[in-house]
Design a protein around this ligand. Structure first.
Ligand code: FES
Ligand code: CO
Length: 325
């Protein structure tokens, strides 16, 4: 499955500490834990001995111990101790199934099969003028591609986010540009009239957006902030949408916020994003089919939807099958 060759977020880094943690990706159960060096490990959550869930076990001296018969596995995946046979040296074939794992953007990323080397980029991450924090997870009964498409969609603002990101009196979408990139697509020149475009808005403003899809289930929004909140010239506030496809119609969502506001408490910044996303969630969960139709004849499209149409073409071109129909 092509989806398995991409990196996907599976948990907040900070949630994986001294105890093993269960996670799920593309309908596979994972156990996440930290080895003796503090490095993140992501393995199949199934002991190779009798299939017990390793996430119910514990980490002991830098090894993962199975909850059932206490077999201990070192960071390489190899079983190094079978308590029932203290003198036995397990052969190399006694080993757990490891996946590639790394940490970035405050999240744990896992790749289930050989494939793309690079994580989805998020340029704001390295910009010291922007403060980064994560918001979520949200478990959403919708496919990951439906959620990406909602993130790219501006013509719902006046309805779903009325009084916040849009108004019924200003629903027209001016023409914008969409172009293909090496890793997905980019939409630029997207404009919206917003009553309350962020936490600090004191007056309605015309806000310009740019969007980028740079992995099948990742999108980045870059917003030109209102003049009143601009402290530094030339920077852009940015929000990344990172989705873990748990199942074809079930997703776990995080937002990575990159904002110029270093003063507000984390909870206050999260509260704004929470308000917006919980307005989206019931509509997203109501969409049928829950999977995104890649046949462009299956739903109706207008010029205002050209970013989402381009996204559907892109997924089709990649050969994505998970979360689409
Ligand atoms: Fe894991 Fe037996 S099932 S040690
Ligand atoms: Co929305």
């Amino acid at each position: 499955m092509i989806e398995e060759t991409f990196w996907h977020p599976v948990a907040l880094s900070s949630d994986v500490a001294s105890a093993p943690v269960a996670a799920r990706l593309l309908e596979r159960d994972l156990v996440l834990w930290r080895d003796g060096t503090g490095a993140l490990q992501a393995w199949a959550d199934q002991c190779p001995h009798r299939g017990a869930r390793l996430s119910l076990g514990r980490v002991q001296d830098g090894r993962l111990e199975c909850p059932y018969h206490g077999w201990q596995f070192e960071a390489s995946g190899r079983c190094v101790q079978v308590p029932a046979l203290p003198a036995f040296t397990p052969p190399a074939t006694h080993c757990a199934h490891r996946f590639a794992a790394q940490e970035a953007h405050g999240l744990v990323w896992v790749r289930l099969a050989e494939g793309s080397e690079a994580l989805p980029g998020f340029a704001a991450e390295s910009d010291a003028r922007l403060r980064k924090l994560n918001c979520g997870p949200y478990d959403v009964a919708a496919s990951a591609p439906r959620i990406v498409e909602n993130f790219l969609d501006m013509s719902h603002f006046g309805f779903v986010h009325e009084g916040w990101l849009g108004a019924r009196s200003a629903t027209a979408i001016d023409d914008y540009q969409v172009e293909a990139t090496a890793t997905g697509l980019r939409a630029t020149g997207c404009k919206a009239w917003q009553p309350q475009s962020n936490l600090h808005s004191t007056a309605p403003a015309q806000v310009e957006y740019g969007y980028e899809v740079n992995a099948p289930y990742t999108a980045i929004l870059t917003k030109v902030p209102e003049a009143a909140t601009v402290a530094i010239d030339g920077y852009r506030e940015s929000i990344a949408l990172f989705i873990c496809p748990l199942a074809p119609e079930l997703s776990r969502v995080w937002f990575r916020l990159a904002v110029a506001d270093f003063d507000s408490p984390d909870d206050k910044l999260r509260a704004f994003q929470h308000t917006i996303f919980t307005q989206d969630q019931p509509v997203l969960e109501s969409q049928r089919p829950r999977r995104l139709p890649l046949d462009l004849r299956a739903e109706l499209h207008t010029a205002a939807d050209k970013a989402s149409s381009a996204y559907r073409r892109h997924l089709k071109h990649l050969g994505i099958t998970f979360g689409v129909c």
